[in-house]
Design a protein around this ligand. Sequence first.
Ligand code: NAD
Length: 485
Amino acid sequence: MTHPAQPKASHFINGEYVEDTAGTPIPVIYAATGEQIATVHAATPAIVEQALSTAKEAQKAWAKMTGTERGRILRRAADIMRERNHDLSVLETYDTGKPLQETLVADATSGADALEYFGGLAASLTGEHIPLGEDWVYTKREALGLCVGIGAWNYPTQIACWKGAPALACGNAMVFKPSETTPLCALKVAEILIEAGAPAGVFNVVQGMGEVGGALVTDPRVDKVSLTGSVPTGKKVYAAAAEGMKHVTMELGGKSPLIIFDDADIDNAVGGAINGNFYSSGQVCSNGTRVFVQKGIKEKFLARLAERTGNAILGDPMDEATSFGPMVTENQMNIVLGYIEKGKEEGARLICGGKRADMDGYFIEPTVFADVTDDMTIAREEIFGPVMSVLDFDTEEEVVARANDTEFGLSAGVFTKDFTRAHRVIGNLEAGSCFINSYNDAPVEAPFGGVKASGVGRENSKEAIKHFSQVKSVYVRMGDVEAAF
Ligand code: NAD
């Protein structure tokens, strides 16, 4: 019998499901059991062509609609997503393995927020009137045209919406390629947009590996590329986009610092460290994986952290009591286990976890290392799994310098009751998305993105509009033209 997660076909182009079985088969594996639940096929060159030409054509009429009309469609799509939250969350769990306890509140809901927010903004995207005596300049905020979105595997619904909603609000069309690891959810986003009244072809989904992403990025008809992925992929995609002088948004990896001063509320700080390391089993780009704890509270912090981490419920992700799911793939599990071994070899002190859980699926126990030093591999490289490194520090000056000593700059957090210090420390940290006495909140109203190797551009908020539109300025002369001859 066909599994309920199996989509009707691999791709969604011009308002309908499209198949081309000549493409490489991509198995969809449910991470909690290792069982294959669906198959899709990578886009063939013919499918890529169909998606790009359809989107290019559809964009023209879409951009001519009023912002109010476009916004209404996006807001309707948001309503449909909320109505279907349960089914979409189950699919998200099949796609990623993340527990339903999370997906019910963090995925389709976050996608719906983006559709609603950008739907609301669509009608207010205007230009300026700039008086110059009798003459004047006016500006228009115009769509970029054809945008490509490429997703990572940790938030397949959210990423499709965080890219699709602002792109469509501005009058662009999009071809979205989900990660080959999680190909299912974006198809539902495309389906829902059509149901909400979006014209066929303005949001299309094609499947495939890096090769398909590469074909999309290098196509001369594409005006913008928005990627969520790792830094190495980001470098390749950014370079390819530069060849064609395309706009980019790069949402890449991180190794973010979470700094806990000894005046912090310990339980809140432990809660922040748990949210910033173990949510989605640690597969979150903005995670605060270098937890710097001031020496005075170190052992107290570690004791409370170990106690609370022991309360994680590993199990069937479809059981709402489960609070901690598997790694997305066997490969990702092995990468993370490799880092755990490195941590042990390099002399970090294992506080809890540290191994694969004794159960089906790709589960790793939530793992905490203490006495981690700045030069250890687990403190330098993005692990993208449930491995928290706790490092000690003495002074504010020292910790800020050490926190910034990384190629990454996605996020940073600080826990302290001293608000002057909190703002000063955040002011000195090289990171794009920061938190004070909290960690990993990502409301659509707030800009999200990194500095340094962690990215270019911002998603969400009014900032995202700037990255999916461009300004045309028009000089209007009211009098005669003077010329030299
Ligand atoms: P990845 O870089 O391996 O792949 C990301 C996407 O890029 C996939 O869809 C992949 O098929 C595609 N791709 C790969 N090579 C390509 C190429 N040459 N041209 C075009 N597309 C190509 O990343 P991943 O393993 O799917 O995701 C994990 C990474 O994503 C982590 O580093 C994580 O930090 C990052 N991430 C960042 C954010 C953020 O918002 N900053 C969010 C989630 C994940």
